[in-house]
Every structure is written in structure tokens, then in C-alpha cells.
Design a protein around this ligand. Structure first.
Ligand code: UDX
Length: 449
């Protein structure tokens, strides 16, 4: 099938490349000429494991092209997928890019003798596809729904394993407004064998938000109980959590065997969720509730807990060590999670700010996200420097904070940690024991500590 994908961010590029890998003819469109130039050379403009290789292979197979001209990309396309950004402004998503993409598609369709289904891939609040998007296309094209198709196909991609998530999805949601669009979505995803749900567009839109909101609820709930465990002392939240998960509604017993659902290994108390999706999506849903006279009190608490959660790190450190003034602190991990260079809403940002407020002397490291973090942070104060070889700096540090669960930080056990404080904010070390070091974490305080 011939399709064009508008927007080459995480979602657009990963979707385009993975659909091309299944044999579809994909053209991606991006307004940014630098991004187009890079992609033409087979170089993604962000890091995602496996993406570089797959991009090269679909380009070589002649299945993937990229252009800055939407009308070129639209020629003969049966599907036009909108995968542009939906930035958050005052808690609401800003639809300006979605609107302009829909308008441009409509303008193309006005003069074109082709039937195209427009599919919204961007995460948008319920009512956007069959409202704003439909209106923009109808006005710009002078055509009515039926003369073009319309649908919504949410993504469920986790950064760091987006290729795997696209290739082996748990479900695919087909939101559709007309039968032809449903048939096209079914054909597009025919190579995938998984649960496929056909619903209307606004239901598809809410499935995406509800999915992320309910996961975020679980994370904030686990973090709140973790904070209580630490406040009481003598309890490790992970032991509590294991006990809770033994309930067969969490971990069912099938044929005398415990099944371990993904949620039980996904959830891990720590310094809070970040990234481009959870914070923004929960906020957007909270605001949507407010605007629809259906207040989302729980989601407000989820956000409040999460906003404060990174501060647990410096709070606990201060309780244990007293003043942090002049203490040499090495922060390991700046990305919002491992296997990505994305620093959006990263907990490390707040941790570094808290440390600076306590006049600590900070060195910070990330395997691949340092330059993005520097852009986010702006001109660093003299108390903050960035290092490339973190192992060299362990010797000098009084305190080492593991803020992102990068595998390479496990090497710390091979180094001399005599007298150091290790704050393992992401439970890199399950059992919390490190020889000769004081081990601190979230959700556990040894009695007397
Ligand atoms: C998420 C959703 O999982 C995905 O389905 C959706 O399409 C996009 O948003 P992503 O943001 O890439 O994906 O990361 P995810 O692995 O879900 O983690 C989100 C954040 O939650 C990370 O900051 C992670 O560290 C944090 N997290 C996760 C916790 O703080 N505690 C947990 O128990 C689990």
C-alpha cells in the first residue's frame, strides 16, 4: 500500500520505517530541511535502538523515501498519516501542527483525483479527529467525508524499544469514520498478528489517553506507598510490592504456575515518571475533564505526586548527611529512562536543580543524553560540570546518584566505593547491598538510618 507519513518525530519516523519494512511504500514528510537531508542519507535525527539499521535497509529496498513536499508525498497515497507533534500549552495540547497538516492535506485533495484516508497517529484528545481534523480537511478541500476517508490509529510505542513495540504490538486500534478507511487500516496492518480493535475515532483517542493515564496512576500510587515505607523505616517497598503481587488478580496462577504479567515487572518505585508522553498525556486528560465538567481529581494527585517525587532524592540525602554544601555529587543518568537520549521531563533535571539549591558541587554523566540535557538546562552554573568517563569520577565523589537505569552503571560494583554514599533512585541494584558503601534509595530506610 502507498502511504505518506507527515512528521518524522519518534512516532512518525518509527511508524514509517516499520511499515516500510513490512513491504508498504512509504514517503515521510518533514518541514525541516536538515532532518530531511539527514534521513535521505539514512541517518535518524534522534537515537532509538535498531532504527538506524532498519532505516538503511528500507531505503536500500526502495520502500522508503523522504521529502519536504507534502503534495509530492500525497501523490497516489491511499493513506495520509498525521504524526506531527502536539506540544503541551498550559496543560492542554496545542493542535496547531495537526490543524496545519490537515489543512494542507485538504488543499491537496481539493485538486486531486484520488481517494485518500487521513489517519491521525498523533496523540490527540477525544473529539479531535472527527472535529477539528474533519473540519480542516472539509473546508480546505471543499469535499465531504466519503470523498476522502478519516480515522485514528493511536501509537503505543515506548522510547528505547519503539521498533520492538511496533513490530510486536499487544494490540492495534483502528478508529474509523467510514468503511473504506477501516478496510485500508486492516490491509495496512494485515502483516501483524495481534488483537485488533475497531472503534470510532473518539474511542480510539481515549483508549490511548486512558492507557497512559492508568499506568501513570499505578506509578504514582506505588511511589506514594514507597515514600510511606521509607518514612516508617525498616520496610523495603520491593518486599511489600512482591507481597501485593502475589494476589492472583495481579499474578494469576495458571496450571499451578505463576504467570507474571508485564505490569508487575514494569512497575518499580523510584523518582517519578518523565518523557514525552506520561506527564503531557495525564495533564491533557486532567484538563479535558475540567473542560467537560468532569473533574479528574485522581489525575491531579497523580501529577502532584510525580512533580514532587524527584525531590525525595535530595530530601533523603539531606536527612542522612546533613548539609550537602560543597559535597561532591556525581549524578549518573540524565535521560528520562535508559536506551534513549530524550530528556523531556526527566527527573534528573529536578534532582540537579535541588542539588544546586543545596550548594552541592555536581558532576553529571549520561551515555548519550548529555548534549540534550545541556540544551534543556541552558548555561550551567559553575557548580555543575558534565563528564564523559564517569568511572574516573567515582573516586572523587562523596555521593553517587543513579538517576537513570543505564546498564553500564552496574560497573560501579567493580570500583572502590569505600565510604561513599550511593543513592540508587532507580533500583539498579535489586537487593540494595553495595560493599563498603552507604546504600540509599527510595522506598526503603534501614531502621536507625
Ligand atoms: C509511554 C508508554 O509506555 C507508551 O505505551 C506510550 O505510547 C508512550 O508513553 P515511554 O514514555 O517511552 O512510553 O516510557 P515508559 O517505559 O512507559 O516509561 C515512562 C516513564 O515512567 C519513565 O520515566 C520511567 O522511568 C517511568 N516509570 C515507569 C517509573 O517511574 N516507574 C515505573 O514503575 C515505571
Amino acid at each position: 500500500m502507498k502511504l505518506c507519513v507527515i512528521g518524522t518525530g519518534y512516532v512518525g519516523l518509527v511508524s514509517g520505517v516499520c511499515l516500510a519494512a513490512k513491504g508498504h511504500q512509504v514517503t515521510c514528510v518533514d518541514l525541516n530541511p536538515d532532518i530531511v537531508a539527514m534521513l535521505k542519507q539514512g541517518k535518524p535525527h534522534f537515537y532509538e535502538p535498531g532504527l538506524q539499521e532498519l532505516l538503511t535497509s528500507v531505503i536500500n529496498a526502495g520502500k522508503f523515501t523522504v521529502t519536504s513536499s507534502l503534495s509530492d508525498a500525497m501523490q497516489g497515497a491511499e493513506i495520509a498519516m498525521i504524526a506531527v507533534g502536539t506540544p503541551s500549552v498550559d496543560g492542554e495540547i496545542d493542535l496547531k501542527f495537526v490543524r496545519s497538516a490537515a489543512k494542507e492535506i485538504g488543499t491537496f485533495l481539493k485538486a486531486a483525483d484520488q481517494h485518500t484516508s487521513v489517519i491521525v497517529k498523533s496523540t490527540v484528545v477525544p473529539g479531535t479527529t472527527d472535529g477539528v481534523v474533519l473540519d480542516e480537511i472539509q473546508i480546505a478541500s471543499g469535499k465531504k467525508l466519503g470523498q476522502f476517508g478519516l480515522g485514528m490509529n493511536p501509537e503505543f510505542l515506548r522510547e528505547g524499544c519503539a521498533i520492538e513495540d511496533f513490530s510486536l504490538p499487544d494490540r492495534i486500534v483502528f478508529g474509523y469514520e467510514d468503511k473504506k478507511t477501516l478496510e485500508r487500516l486492516e490491509a495496512l496492518y494485515a502483516p501483524w498478528d495481534c488483537d485488533k480493535l475497531a472503534v470510532n475515532s473518539r474511542t480510539a483517542e481515549l483508549i490511548k489517553y486512558a492507557n497512559n493515564a492508568l499506568l501513570a496512576v499505578q506509578i504514582s500510587a506505588a511511589n506514594e506507598i514507597a515514600n510511606l515505607s521509607a518514612a516508617i523505616g525498616g520496610i523495603d517497598i520491593l518486599d511489600v510490592y512482591n507481597g501485593v503481587c502475589a494476589d492472583k488478580r495481579w499474578r494469576p496462577i495458571v496450571n499451578n504456575q505463576r504467570v507474571t504479567p508485564g505490569i508487575t515487572s514494569y512497575l518499580l518505585p523510584g523518582c517519578g515518571f518523565g518523557g514525552s508522553c506520561f506527564p503531557k498525556d495525564v495533564e491533557a486528560l486532567r484538563t479535558l475533564g475540567q473542560n467537560n465538567d468532569s473533574p479528574m481529581r485522581l489525575l491531579q494527585s497523580v501529577l502532584d505526586i510525580n512533580n514532587e517525587q524527584p525531590s525525595q532524592v535530595v530530601k533523603i540525602l539531606s536527612q542522612q548527611m546533613g548539609s550537602l554544601k560543597g559535597k561532591k555529587v556525581l549524578v549518573l543518568g540524565l535521560a528520562f529512562k535508559p536506551d534513549t537520549d530524550d530528556v523531556r521531563e526527566t527527573a534528573s533535571f529536578k534532582i540537579v536543580q535541588d542539588l544546586l539549591a543545596k550548594s552541592a558541587s555536581i558532576k553529571a554523566h549520561d551515555p548519550i543524553a548529555t548534549s540534550n540535557f545541556k540544551k534543556l538546562f541552558g548555561e550551567p552554573p559553575s557548580d555543575l560540570t558534565f563528564v564523559e568517563d564517569w568511572e574516573e569520577d567515582v573516586f572523587e565523589a562523596d555521593v553517587i546518584i543513579i538517576a537513570t537505569k543505564w546498564d553500564e552503571y552496574k560497573n560501579i560494583t567493580n570500583l572502590n566505593l569505600d565510604g561513599k554514599v550511593i543513592f540508587d533512585a532507580r533500583r539498579l541494584f535489586d537487593k540494595g547491598r553495595l560493599k563498603n558503601a552507604t546504600y540509599l534509595t527510595i522506598g526503603m530506610r534501614t531502621r536507625g538510618q
